[in-house]
Structure formats: structure tokens, C-alpha cells
Design a protein around this ligand. Structure first.
Ligand SMILES: [Zn+2]
Length: 59
């Protein structure tokens, strides 16, 4: 069943979407979406950002 009003695509539920590490907005289908990943304590960590602006403000 496809919801014709949904523009999220790919069965992405906003509640399941990663949150921007800077502004906290859900990162859903954002064309400028950025992801930063690194390894910490033998675990892979990742932070998502809406765009380069949020990425630049995260530190
Ligand atoms: Zn953001």
C-alpha cells in the first residue's frame, strides 16, 4: 500500500530518520545530506547533517 501523499520514498518513516547532529531536524531524503562516520571504542559511530552548513557548525 503506497501512500500517495508521502514524498519520503523508500519506506523512510520520519521517526526512524537520523537527526541532524547540529539542529536536530530529521534528515530525510535531503539532497545535501552529509554523514560523518568514525570508529570509537571499536564501535562505528555516525552523525548525520542536513547540509554542509550544519556539518561545519558541528564540532
Ligand atoms: Zn541541520
Amino acid at each position: 500500500m503506497v501512500d500517495p501523499t508521502s514524498d519520503l520514498g523508500e519506506d523512510v518513516d520520519p521517526d526512524d530518520a537520523p537527526r541532524c547532529g547540529t539542529c536536530g531536524e530529521p534528515v530525510v531524503d535531503a539532497p545535501d545530506h552529509r554523514v560523518l562516520t568514525w570508529v570509537e571504542d571499536d564501535a562505528v559511530r555516525s552523525v548525520h547533517f542536513c547540509d554542509d552548513g550544519c556539518r561545519a557548525r558541528w564540532d
